[in-house]
Design a protein around this ligand. Structure first.
Ligand code: KIV
Ligand code: ZN
Length: 531
């Protein structure tokens, strides 16, 4: 393959679109905005903010991110259907020249015959029609032949030529089902590069979008880069459909750490923001990062063997291929205490990168004071848990007023719970009624959650429950994330943090109940099936 002059690698982050398609990972608007802000600080080139036609919530998220986030380009996804394309155009409009429409259409034989029931010529016609319509709205149009890696290469080339001819400036080759292997995928990208003149002249670039079903998403993406791809689609922590997408941090750090091999490539992500991004996405999506995950796992730079520790002390590079500081580990500030005032807390919130109104600060400051009374030090992680609790909040149909739990190794666990229900008596006057009930359970958490079910008349089935200490020390805040199914098959995530882990569990479950009730009212249901 001829060496390309253009060595610029564009990082296209799809955490808020493909990442959010992960069951139970859905985020509310405020959560998406915080993630988008962090992605902009990370300096990703493109943020795919959602699939606007799919729901009112997705539309609003793409529209708000387009108006508030500066720096990165903002993309909205659309099928090759006028309604989708027009919705995406409307949603990215506030981004002006930075707005991108990403249209996709399946091209593989299996999708053509079994999913779409369309012949090759019809697929080409629809792709051209879709790109042309998108081009009528914005200059920056991306086209994806879905299941590209399993499409017959000659047909793939034909579709790509047609899409570029219609004005697509990026052609993305998805390995939709994670079937590709690095040598073969790299060769396919090389063949495409050689076959479409516009890729050689720089009028359009090749992108790749790899799923991780065989654990090869990053390897496939890197092989594609060596063979001519100049955009990589990925997600923070590798979250996404099924086994996830290529992980952003692994792509970026492989290109950086092995620049001796990936010579001359220019990737502009600010790697120092990686750990912060990982933690934020993990908390906002409720998807815990595996301890041994490359780059961002808690153990990624932990050396336990004596031989390794000795080597590191003598020369770090003996056992470390990256400096943990380069990805943002170890940047902790002095903890706050109960004596810290509002100005100190406000300054720390700003330093942590959160955009807070005066009302937000007032709410967080009062919770900060309550924690400060219980704990000697309030660490950044504690503060972040409070902020996240605040921004994940939904209208509190039910709020916890009282919780009393009896448990022990010789006792039947019992929980008494009093909840307040907010009800709009008249438009002007809201009233709150308190009701109380008790329940036995297989443990204190089970008892508390069962009592909540009785009071709220919901019956959530807890599918996942994770508890973790937010910061160090025996007095650390316990943060609980629950994913519950309230009957619709969709997982609803709830979060709660408290120094008492039973209370944190009850608060997390109640947060899920409130989210479930709120989404029912708001009719934020998905309008079309996701790709
Ligand atoms: O995996 C896939 O094929 C996709 C496309 C919509 C790009 O997510
Ligand atoms: Zn995908």
């Amino acid at each position: 393959m001829k060496k390309q002059k253009n060595q610029r690698i564009h990082i296209f982050d799809t955490t808020l679109r493909d990442g959010e398609q992960c069951p139970g990972a859905s985020m509310n608007l405020r959560e998406k905005l915080e993630v988008a802000r962090q992605l902009a600080r990370l300096k990703v080139d493109i943020i795919e903010a959602g699939f606007p036609v799919i729901s009112d919530g997705d539309f609003e998220a793409v529209h708000t991110i387009s108006s508030q986030i500066k720096g990165s380009r903002i993309a909205g996804l659309a099928r090759c259907v006028s309604r989708d394309i027009d919705a995406a155009a409307e949603a990215v409009k506030p981004a002006g020249k930075r707005g991108r429409i990403h249209v996709f259409l399946a091209t593989s034989k299996i999708h053509r015959e079994h999913k779409l029931g369309k012949a090759e010529d019809e697929i080409v016609r629809l792709a051209v029609k879709g790109v042309t319509r998108a081009k009528g709205h914005v200059d920056d149009v991306e086209f994806s032949p879905e299941d590209g890696s399993r499409t017959e290469p000659d047909f793939l080339i034909r579709v790509c030529q047609a899409a570029v001819g219609a004005g697509a400036t990026t052609v993305n080759i998805p390995d939709t089902v994670g079937f590709a292997v690095p040598d073969e995928f790299g060769a396919l990208i090389g063949q495409l590069y050689e076959s479409v003149r516009e890729f050689q002249t720089g009028k359009a670039i090749i992108s790749v979008h790899c799923h991780n079903d065989l654990g090869l998403a990053v390897a496939n993406s890197l092989s594609a880069v060596r063979n001519g791809a100049r955009q990589v689609e990925c997600t923070v922590n590798g979250i996404g459909e099924r086994a996830g997408n290529a992980s952003l941090e692994e792509i970026v750090m492989a290109l950086d750490t092995r620049k001796d091999f990936y010579t001359g490539f220019d990737c502009r992500v600010n790697s120092k923001e990686i750990v912060k991004s990982s933690k934020l996405v993990s908390r906002m999506s409720g998807l815990v990062v595996q301890r041994s995950k490359a780059i961002v796992g808690e153990n990624a730079f932990a050396h336990s063997s004596g031989i390794h520790q000795d080597g590191i002390l003598k020369k770090r590079e003996t056992y470390e291929i990256m400096d943990p500081c380069d990805v943002g580990w170890g940047q902790t500030e002095l903890p706050l205490t109960k004596h810290s005032g509002r100005a100190a807390v406000t300054a720390r919130l700003k330093h942590l990168g959160f955009k807070m109104t005066d009302d937000d600060v007032t709410a967080i400051f009062s919770q900060f004071k309550a924690i400060g009374d219980k704990k000697k030090f309030v660490y950044d992680e504690d503060l972040i848990a409070l902020i996240e609790g605040h921004i994940t909040e939904v209208p509190e149909t039910w709020s916890l007023e009282y919780l009393n739990v009896t448990s022990g190794n010789q006792t039947v666990p019992t929980a008494t719970v009093r909840l307040k229900k907010a009800s709009a008596k008249s438009k002007k006057k809201k009233s709150e009624e308190a009701i109380q009930d008790a329940s036995l359970g297989d443990g204190p958490v089970d008892a508390a959650l069962k009592a909540i079910d009785r009071l709220t008349k919901t019956r959530g089935r807890v599918k996942d429950y994770v508890i973790r200490a937010v910061s160090e020390g025996k007095d650390a805040l316990g943060e609980v994330t629950v994913k519950a199914d309230f009957g619709g098959g969709e997982l609803v995530t709830g979060k709660g943090a408290c120094t008492d882990i039973i209370e944190a569990s009850a608060r997390a479950y109640l947060n899920a109940v409130n989210r479930h009730l709120f989404s029912g009212k708001k009719d934020n249901r998905k309008r079309v099936r996701q790709p």
